[in-house]
Design a binder for this molecule. Structure first.
Ligand code: SF4
Ligand code: SF4
Length: 84
């Protein structure tokens, strides 16, 4: 069975693998180490919990292969801890 062309993680980050050329820019720019290259040389979401939805990967991808769903990311924002 063929692998899905698009990886979706919790609707937060979408990497369209058919557009990804494996340049690694997104991986180099993500300080949270969310993305890695898979064995096909395509960027995939490996550590979704660490994503802050900053959008740096998406805005620097030369092939526009990444979309960050900021609305989905907001719903995952942790409840702030108020000072005692
Ligand atoms: S920057 Fe874009 S083309 Fe380059 S590896 Fe990341 S998703 Fe693929
Ligand atoms: S949105 Fe920011 S934290 Fe999330 S994968 Fe992209 S660069 Fe990393």
């Amino acid at each position: 069975m063929a692998k899905p062309a698009t990886y979706i993680d919790n609707n937060k980050i979408i990497v369209k693998s058919q557009w990804c050329k494996g340049c690694g820019i997104c991986i180099a720019l993500c300080s949270s180490k969310v993305l890695v290259l898979d064995n096909r040389g395509k960027a995939i979401v490996a550590n979704p919990a660490a994503c802050t939805a900053c959008g740096k990967c998406a805005s620097h991808c030369p092939d526009l292969a990444i979309t960050v769903n900021h609305a989905a990311a907001r719903t995952k924002t942790a409840t702030p801890v108020l000072p005692a």
